[in-house]
Design a protein around this ligand. Sequence first.
Ligand SMILES: *[C@@H]1O[C@H](CO)[C@@H](O)[C@H](O)[C@H]1NC(C)=O
Ligand SMILES: *[C@@H]1O[C@H](CO)[C@@H](O)[C@H](O)[C@H]1NC(C)=O
Ligand SMILES: *[C@@H]1O[C@H](CO)[C@@H](O)[C@H](O)[C@H]1NC(C)=O
Ligand SMILES: *[C@@H]1O[C@H](CO)[C@@H](O)[C@H](O)[C@H]1NC(C)=O
Length: 359
Amino acid sequence: MPGMLLLFSTALLSSCVQLLAEANSWWSLAMNPVQRPEMFIIGAQPVCSQLPGLSPGQRKLCQLYQEHMAYIGEGAKTGIKECQYQFRQRRWNCSTVDNTSVFGRVMQIGSRETAFTYAVSAAGVVNAISRACREGELSTCGCSRTARPKDLPRDWLWGGCGDNVEYGYRFAKEFVDAREREKNFAKGSEEQGRVLMNLQNNEAGRRAVYKMADVACKCHGVSGSCSLKTCWLQLAEFRKVGDQLKEKYDSAAAMRITRKGKLELVNSRFNQPTPEDLVYVDPSPDYCFRNETTGSLGTQGRLCNKTSEGTDGCELMCCGRGYDQFKSVQVERCHCKFHWCCFVKCKKCTEVVDQYVCK
Ligand SMILES: *[C@@H]1O[C@H](CO)[C@@H](O)[C@H](O)[C@H]1NC(C)=O
Ligand SMILES: *[C@@H]1O[C@H](CO)[C@@H](O)[C@H](O)[C@H]1NC(C)=O
Ligand SMILES: *[C@@H]1O[C@H](CO)[C@@H](O)[C@H](O)[C@H]1NC(C)=O
Ligand SMILES: *[C@@H]1O[C@H](CO)[C@@H](O)[C@H](O)[C@H]1NC(C)=O
């Protein structure tokens, strides 16, 4: 019984098991597309046992909420894509390694980058589930039932079908946190610190989506007079959620675990993190060099910008190792003309540009 084995080794070699568990996370749902609900045979269990990366608790939730799984996968994918966008100009660029370990070993380190990854993927799940509810894709939820905002002008109608962020938030909490809640580490241990860190960052991600959802309205009335408005709750664009979490990444708080099993600030002069803030427990590994132990891919071969002084500039990106220059041919659409009616025809133009890659 693999379950029994896992229990035994948890007691003996908890950190070793954690390594395996982390390497095989629900994030892999993003890599191996989950079949659409209509493909499921009602009550068929194998779907859940075949999905990679689920913890035992998540597997149970999968059996109860099979039709949610495709959206969890979609949410994880949205989160990972956003992570890659936000970090495209950084030494660590949120690249995924393969479809089983997804991010590779770097996620075993409780760094700021790991904090961001947990937050943004939890946020992705809230986003995807909330929208799926509104679109009527899930049998256990529908349009948002948020009460009419008090400050909404009286003659505006409240009632369009809104994104169900309450449900999305609750479901994501249940599902994403499950794998942390079923771990049972000694109070005050490093492993417990990491569990608390993950839980805090998952929550921060979910709250970002929840808090940024806002009222959207549509005009009605005689020939666009807008004498009547219908309003509903609508998710923010996910890019905005990503931007917000990136700010939280920049101001993330360094924490350590106390003997009583609570996280406390390393530097007590800083402000106590709120549930919306990101926290981390380990310093970041060196992302400059490839390192099998830490899982860092290094920046060799990364494109950099010769004139930028920012993190995408060759100086910082290549960690002072220097860079190689090469010419690259880029094809662009150009001289576009509008033809009646209705298409646009373009020519292809090629341009030779200088590019730089880190040594
Ligand atoms: C990884 O993904 C590729 C294509 O996306 C697939 O062919 C391969 O079987 C996957 N590997 C695993 C271990 O899931
Ligand atoms: C890889 O990282 C570990 C942990 O930071 C460090 O001890 C080790 O020296 C590094 N190895 C190489 C080859 O840089
Ligand atoms: C991210 O970094 C890795 C490792 O340096 C590299 O292989 C990959 O191409 C990079 N991805 C992007 C989009 O730059
Ligand atoms: C390189 O950086 C400079 C200065 O920040 C910027 O103006 C330019 O657009 C960048 N080039 C590319 C190709 O991103």
